[in-house]
Design a protein around this ligand. Structure first.
Ligand code: ADP
Length: 366
């Protein structure tokens, strides 16, 4: 008996998204089914273009459809699975009605317990990694005390422009970005008292014409200060990522950063370990600061460990030169780790969005 469109739909309702733990039909991911003689065409809409489970899903679909065809005594010539992606917003009903950035689907904060652990480096590479998968991405330099995105993204020769009191973000490396580093003179000290910090951050976040974005990454200042508080009050966040290095002392700070996000009512999407290991010219891996500390800490805190980014001279140089896309150009261990990290973040966001949970701004200052 020939295979029909209905047979294929039935089969797809038995194939699970491995991370969302629901079948593809219930998740409304099946956008096209066409059986043309012995050929089957299927279009699946993923919840993020950076889905790490694409190959897994494809294999499961092929196996399930072939099994059904065999049952019906049919042999297929080919099964073509096409993937598209549409980043889903969190459940609208519980989202704050007066969200000031309604065209931004997900806002993700990147924080760290202390400076120098590579928080900005991680934020930049996350934004570019997601964009290279096809997502529309913005990167806000929320580190208003020590903005480094101007250097890391090579913005120093670009002048900010404004229209109707809105700043136009810089379009660089496939992302949109804004930093206070391009609005003040480089030598000017950035001294903000609490309310000034609040206003500066608010202006950068809300008076930048971000347009429609799948993900807006916010690089926070290190530690636990005014800016995370403002952020939590101002915007509905999909979650935060905490960056740490493998040493024990760094982990103590990271635990504090996790506690701060929890206290602010912000979900922590996971921990990423930066400066994890070093690959020498001899090809050997050296664990300069130890290794695996972040994974252990994440496990202890029952949080996902989102990745391990190696100490890498090219990474440092590319960031200093304002050329971070080069980190992804060589198909090496660095590019692989950065891609893996971006995909893990995208997956965590999809999981959160499918559970309909977006953190609402609930903090009020008396
Ligand atoms: P933070 O934002 O935590 O203060 P940065 O991202 O500014 O830290 O990084 C501090 C310095 O360390 C920068 O010069 C950056 O290029 C470098 N760096 C960060 N991560 C790495 C890494 N994995 N390998 C090599 N250099 C790194």
């Amino acid at each position: 008996m020939p295979l029909t469109n209905e047979n294929v739909r039935d089969v797809l309702s038995t194939v699970q998204d491995p991370e969302l733990h629901q079948d593809l039909v219930s998740l409304n991911m099946v956008k096209e089914i066409r059986v043309d003689q012995k050929q089957v065409f299927i279009t699946i809409e993923l919840t993020t273009p950076a889905c790490p489970m694409k190959d897994h899903i494809q294999k499961d679909i092929e196996q399930a459809v072939n099994r059904k065809a065999e049952e019906l005594g049919e042999s297929l010539d080919s099964i073509q699975v096409n993937f598209t992606a549409d980043v889903r917003k969190p459940n609208e009903k519980i989202r704050d009605e007066d969200n000031p950035l309604p065209n931004v689907k997900h806002i993700i904060a990147v924080g760290a317990g202390k400076g120098g652990v590579g928080k900005s480096t991680v934020a930049v590479n996350l934004a570019i990694g997601l964009a290279r998968h096809g997502a529309s991405v913005g990167l806000l330099d929320g580190d208003i005390y020590g903005p480094s995105l101007s250097t890391m993204l090579g913005l120093s020769n670009m002048e900010p422009t404004a229209e109707d009191k809105m700043l136009a973000p810089f379009n660089v490396h496939g992302i949109k970005t804004m930093t206070v580093g391009r609005l003040v003179k480089p030598e000017e000290p950035l001294i903000w008292r609490g309310p000034m910090a609040h206003n500066a951050f608010q202006q950068l976040a809300l008076q930048t014409n971000w347009g429609s974005l799948d993900y807006l990454i916010v690089d926070l200042p290190p530690g636990t200060g005014d800016v995370p508080l403002t952020l939590a009050q101002l915007l509905p966040l999909s979650g935060a990522i905490v960056v740490c290095t493998p040493q024990k002392v760094a982990q103590d700070d990271a635990v504090r950063a996790v506690a701060m996000f929890i206290q602010l009512g912000i979900d922590v999407l996971g921990i990423v370990e930066n400066m994890s290991y070093f690959i020498g010219d001899d090809g050997k891996e050296y664990d300069i600061f130890g290794k695996g500390g972040a994974a252990e800490m994440a496990q202890h805190l029952q949080l996902p460990c989102l990745g391990h980014i190696p100490i890498n001279m090219a990474l440092r140089k590319n960031c200093d030169d304002g050329n971070p896309t080069a980190n992804f150009d060589d198909n090496d261990a660095l590019a692989e780790e950065l891609n893996h990290f971006a995909q893990q973040v995208a997956a965590q966001i999809s999981i959160k969005a499918s559970s309909g949970k977006t953190v609402q701004p609930t903090i009020s200052i008396s």
